[in-house]
Ligand binder design. Structure first.
Ligand SMILES: C[S@@+](CC[C@H](N)C(=O)[O-])C[C@H]1O[C@@H](n2cnc3c(N)ncnc32)[C@H](O)[C@@H]1O
Length: 283
């Protein structure tokens, strides 16, 4: 959840302010550069992210995105009662809030994230969930280690090669395992990332996949976000070895009055903000 696609709307990215005084631009950014930028950005911004959003996320809830869709109601991972005893991998886990919810349902989650600082927040909150610091593109697990994998806005929007991540997820899943992940809804790419009325007019091409990059004075990326159209995401899921079971576009609920970066009740009532892909390993 971050960025303003390089359109001239100040330097308020999806997740908060840009303390790096970076220049926003649109240019290519490969896997290694994107990964390095994400690690640095999340290490520097984890404190602010958890401060600003920690109470909305809850220490042990499973929230799919700024709309507040809760797995306890959505059941996208399958019936909560069926989670007991499952080995679950949470990718881009941040402070591992979702993993704590899974553990409370009797699952055996592992929370993986690229950012050391995010995982320190997981330690601060506590619980028994194992934490792994690693890149989603190179998962440090044996083949067939997990029954289920999930991610709430973790890793997928920030990687240059999502198919590589999906293939890794497929490899570590057991046959028939589910992979459920949420990302910024692709349609948002065409709009300024602003919560107010200025965020309601198309300002860029939905079809332009050039990454959004914030870079320092030496031209080094300090934040990268990658865009895939809805069709790209479906093709990536299939190329990664999955069947797509459902594509969920949570509606903005009346109880939710919060603004989170470019997500707001105003925009949420008119255009989707989150896409959740429910996939199953194709055997
Ligand atoms: C928007 S936060 C979401 C965190 C958590 N899932 C939540 O809902 O609060 C994105 C997370 O993805 C992690 N991330 C970004 N790129 C990653 C990568 N290549 N591999 C693993 N984690 C990554 C970041 O460090 C960050 O913690």
């Amino acid at each position: 959840m971050n960025q303003d696609h390089g359109q001239d709307h100040g330097r308020e990215d999806r997740f908060g302010s840009n303390p790096d005084e970076a220049e926003a631009t649109r240019r290519d950014a490969g896997d290694a550069e994107s990964s390095r930028a994400s690690r640095g950005w999340w290490d520097r911004n984890a404190d602010e992210y958890q401060h600003d959003h920690g109470s909305f996320l809850g220490d042990d809830r499973f929230v799919w995105g700024p709309e507040g869709l809760d797995e306890a109601e959505a059941g996208l991972l399958g019936p909560a009662a069926g989670l007991k005893g499952l080995d679950v991998l949470e990718i881009g886990a941040g402070a591992a809030q979702c993993s704590r919810w899974l553990a409370a349902r009797g699952a055996r989650p592992v929370a993986l994230d690229l950012s050391h600082r995010q995982l320190q927040h997981a330690l601060r909150i506590g619980g028994e969930v194992p934490l792994v610091e690693a890149d989603a593109g190179a998962l440090p697990f044996r083949d067939g280690s997990f029954d289920l994998a999930c991610s709430a806005y973790g890793a997928v929007p920030f990687v240059a090669d999502p198919v590589r991540v999906f293939r890794e997820v497929r490899r570590v899943l057991r046959p028939g395992g589910r992979w459920v992940f949420s990302v910024t809804h692709p349609i948002r790419w065409a709009f300024p990332d602003e919560p107010g009325p200025e965020g309601l007019s198309v300002a860029a091409s939905y079809f332009d996949r050039t990454p959004y990059v914030e870079q320092d004075a030496e031209g080094r990326a300090v934040y990268v976000e990658h865009h895939r159209t809805l069709g790209d995401r479906v093709r990536d899921v299939v190329a990664g070895g999955f069947r797509l079971l459902d594509l969920v576009e949570p509606e903005w609920p009346a109880w939710n009055g919060q603004e989170w970066g470019g997500w707001s009740p105003l925009r949420g009532n008119l255009i989707p903000g989150t896409a959740i892909f429910v996939c199953e390993r194709e055997d």
